[in-house]
Design a protein around this ligand. Structure first.
Ligand code: ACO
Length: 335
């Protein structure tokens, strides 16, 4: 089987910066509370009429394609990871295809796997390249959270965490022996499905119209999170899935040159860093500036790490994510 490599990576974040001080005008919170618990100083919120989940993904994809030296028409498959698609259906993958002006009827599909969505999507793309079915695959993670948050005091424990943004990579076959994506590892534990959830609009309702007309239940439209339980599982699953990738390929923690964790919460990242015994310069964090962008967080972080020259040819790079589902995943890459 052949392997795949990341030939290009790019990201896009909306222009509008929302600081913790801005949130204080919307809800009863403090900069200190937010920074102490999450590390977040500011996040981006989309602008209606300018940003959509699909077109933010397209902006990131154009940069990834440019880095790979490819045109949109070279793309042979699109995998789009998001929990905040433009429509209930169809998925945002087909909208991205249209946005990029790709006329060929290439396959396009969405992965709905929340914070680990991008790593799942990357793994799926990798399988299609391994089997020889496609050469150039676009993998995108894009989210607009801000329109779906309860930005009042009632929703403050969740709404201060999330932000909007997009990242993308182009995957192609790797011709360098022993390089590229070495392995991917995917897990889920559905018994925790309700620990971090948006319940509505649900299909399990005889009369959805009546529900919509009577939005006293509107809290169900917003994310509900059992924060402490999410934290407890995240700090176990992140190190586990990173170690799984290292073990499979005969590496140890000290061999990692750059860990790109899903930017869930700075406290979670610090815990994982400590557990893995990694120095600061080997763990990438940008949650301070973007908050938690769910499926977009890993490709945005990867893109910035590459842009800043913190990842070089031959480096061992580990991507890892944990989130709603619960689902968790990792990918080990020889860059
Ligand atoms: N500002 C000020 N006070 C707040 C805020 C806020 N934004 N949010 C909650 N509070 C208050 C609560 O009302 C509560 O007050 P009380 O004691 O008077 O009742 C107090 O702060 C403590 O609330 P808890 O919910 O117990 O806060 P906790 O210490 O658990 O911190 C947090 C919450 C930050 C969400 C924490 O549980 C956590 O980090 N969990 C991990 C979840 C996570 O990172 N999720 C990211 C998304 S999932 C993923 O990407 C993996």
């Amino acid at each position: 089987l052949r392997s795949s490599e990341i030939a290009g990576v790019g990201h896009y974040v909306p222009e509008r910066v929302v600081t913790n001080a801005d949130l204080i005008t919307l809800m009863d919170t403090t900069d200190e509370w937010i920074q102490e618990r999450t590390g977040i100083k500011e996040r981006r919120w989309f602008t209606e009429g300018t940003d959509t989940t699909a077109n933010m993904g397209a902006n990131a994809a154009r940069k990834a394609l440019e880095m790979a030296g490819l045109q949109p028409d070279d793309v042979q498959m699109i995998v789009f990871a998001t929990l905040s698609p433009d429509y209930f259906f169809p998925g945002s993958g087909v909208l991205l295809q249209r946005e990029l002006g790709i006329k060929a009827p290439i396959p396009a599909f969405d992965v709905r796997n929340q914070c680990s969505g991008f790593v799942y999507a990357l793994s799926m793309a990798d399988q299609f390249i391994k089997t020889g079915m496609y050469d150039n695959v676009l993998v995108v993670g894009s989210e607009i959270h801000s329109s779906g948050l309860d930005i009042s005091t009632r929703g403050r424990a969740v709404s201060v965490i999330f932000g909007d943004g997009a990242g993308a990579v182009v995957l192609r076959p790797c011709t360098r022996e022993g390089h590229g994506i070495l392995s991917t590892h995917l897990h889920a534990q559905g018994e925790h499905a309700e620990e971090l959830i948006v319940k509505e609009p649900s299909s399990n309702r005889q009369d959805r119209t009546a529900f919509i007309q009577n939005l006293e239940n509107e809290v169900e439209l917003y994310p509900i999170m059992n924060g402490q339980n999410v934290f407890k599982h995240a700090v176990v699953r992140f190190p586990q899935v990173i170690k799984e990738a290292l073990d499979q390929n005969g590496f140890e923690s000290k061999d990692i040159d750059m860990l790109i964790p899903h930017q869930a919460n700075l406290r979670i990242t610090q815990y994982v860093q400590h557990k893995m015994g990694l120095p600061d310069e080997k763990v990438f964090s940008n949650i301070q500036r973007y908050g938690n962008t769910t499926a977009a967080s890993v490709p945005i972080a990867l893109s910035e790490a590459v842009q800043e020259g913190r990842i070089k040819r031959g480096d061992l790079v580990c991507l890892a994510a944990f989130g709603s589902g619960f689902t968790w995943a990792s990918a080990l890459i020889k860059w």
